[in-house]
Design a protein around this ligand. Structure first.
Ligand code: NDP
Length: 421
């Protein structure tokens, strides 16, 4: 039996011991974690341009996070206080109700080629569709290794879009990128198809590029929480969470913050997993505006008959288990090992569930006590550290700071200075 309880109160050594005893990591990955092995300069210097160093962020874990009946130790990389605690808290509530269950709707990427200077756009669309098989063959010949692995270009769609008296014929290439996110894969295929399309249609290609609006990579996560699991006033709280969900559909001002809360969790695990978090943000933020209005991404409803609160979150989640910098960064290797080296679909399921957990924690606090109660405690800690409080005096400084009327850096510095006399 592993001792995860009170994990947050343990020292780093104690936390590492719990992880070791749980046999989650083999010796190689445990040593990387234990030695806090991070990206070395030489590797970093080969990854991007003008490198002058490496940059660190806190690396935390959330234990007992249950997705599709499997318990995970979820890695999170974030600088924001309270994100990890909130995910842990909500994860625990959902774990007691059977965990999150997920559905992968599809796992394909879309890229497009925009053509202009076309006389008869309708006829051009038909011409492109008539040559679909040939164009797919061109795409696959441009990147044969993905076809050998069992993936590749599988469909092509066409649309006419008009903006300010300019018409574009846009060809959308749909590709099964298997375990990769597929940006480079698609871009290579699209450039080859672009040349064929120009000679086929006589139009001029404006660009050929992957789209981050990954509507063919949707993943849903769901949880059902009996009202009684939300505390003494569970039904009241559940109804208010349902109202908060409606409010985030109605008001874009609220939707932006509602979704930011979801991304507190999602970005933390996406960054930890070595995936391109800008791509995931772009995907999901555009999905939030799919009806022409930016809305909250999750929904919460009460089933009064069953006395349960039902949470649902569907997002495009084209994360990868290979490619990009995933195999390069030692911290990412540890993260992947921690999660049991998940394939792309499993990783996506865990990530969307983390988003739903993060949203539950935020809404529960917001419609309950408000978020400042928990936040201010963590804020006090950040202020104390900023003011120079060392570990030996940190807890005392935080306690004194919280008792002050004005909790700010100046007050924190004053308190810290009393220890230096
Ligand atoms: P890669 O270019 O790294 O391609 C994936 C690699 O994984 C290929 O070399 C492929 O090998 C290998 N691979 C091994 N096993 C598998 C498998 N089972 N399934 C699929 N591939 C496998 O990465 P992506 O094409 O995925 O592109 C992602 C990168 O592109 C990220 O770093 C991202 O930041 C960046 N990017 C993102 C853009 C955007 O989001 N708009 C734009 C441009 C770049 P093989 O070649 O032998 O098939």
């Amino acid at each position: 039996m592993n001792n995860w309880s009170g994990f947050y109160k343990k020292t780093r050594d104690e936390r590492l011991n719990v992880i070791k005893e749980a046999n989650i990591l083999d010796n190689e990955h445990f040593d990387l974690l234990n030695n806090n092995k991070i990206l070395d300069f030489e590797t970093a210097n080969n990854m991007v341009e003008n490198v002058v160093g490496t940059f660190s962020l806190p690396f935390s874990v959330v234990p007992n996070f249950v997705v599709d009946k499997k318990s995970y130790l979820v890695p999170m990389v974030t600088e924001e206080p309270s994100v990890v605690a909130a995910c842990s808290n909500a994860g625990k509530i959902v774990e007691r109700c059977g965990g999150f269950s997920t559905t992968i709707h599809d796992r394909k990427m879309i890229g497009h080629i925009a053509l202009y200077d076309i006389n008869d756009v309708e006829a051009t669309c038909n011409l492109i569709l008539d040559n679909k098989e040939l164009l797919l063959k061109t795409a696959n010949e441009a990147y044969p290794s993905i076809v050998k692995r069992g993936g590749g270009a599988c469909d092509l769609e066409v649309k006419v879009l008009t903006e300010d008296n300019t018409s574009f014929v846009v060809a959308y290439l749909i590709v099964d990128t298997l375990e990769a996110m597929g940006a480079n894969m698609l871009n290579t295929m699209l450039e080859a198809v672009k040349i064929s399309l120009e000679s086929l249609t006589g139009g001029v290609a404006l660009m050929a590029i992957l789209s981050n609006y990954a509507t063919r990579s949707l993943v849903s996560s769901r949880c059902e929480i009996p009202f009684s699991n939300l505390g003494d006033n569970g039904e009241y709280l559940a109804k208010r969470i349902e109202l908060a969900s409606k409010f985030a559909q109605a008001d874009t001002y609220r939707a932006a913050t509602h979704n930011k809360g979801i991304f507190n969790g999602i970005d933390s695990i996406v960054i930890a997993s070595g995936n391109d978090w800008r791509a995931i943000e772009a995907s999901c933020q555009s999905w939030a505006a799919r009806d022409g209005k930016y809305k909250g991404l999750s929904t919460w409803t009460c089933d009064l008959e069953k006395q349960v609160l039902i949470g649902e979150l569907t997002l495009p989640m084209p994360v990868a288990s290979v490619g990009g910098s995933i195999g390069i960064n030692p911290s990412v290797k540890v993260v992947r090992a921690m999660l049991g080296n998940p394939d792309a679909k499993t990783l996506a399921s865990i990530i969307v569930s983390v988003g739903l957990a993060q949203n539950l924690a935020a809404l529960r606090a917001l419609v309950g006590d408000g978020i400042q109660k928990g936040h201010m405690k963590l804020h006090a800690k950040s202020l104390a550290i900023l003011a120079g409080a060392t570990t030996d005096i940190l807890d005392e400084v935080v306690e004194k700071l919280r008792a002050e009327k004005h909790m700010n850096l100046a007050t924190a510095k004053e308190i810290v200075s009393t220890y230096k006399k």
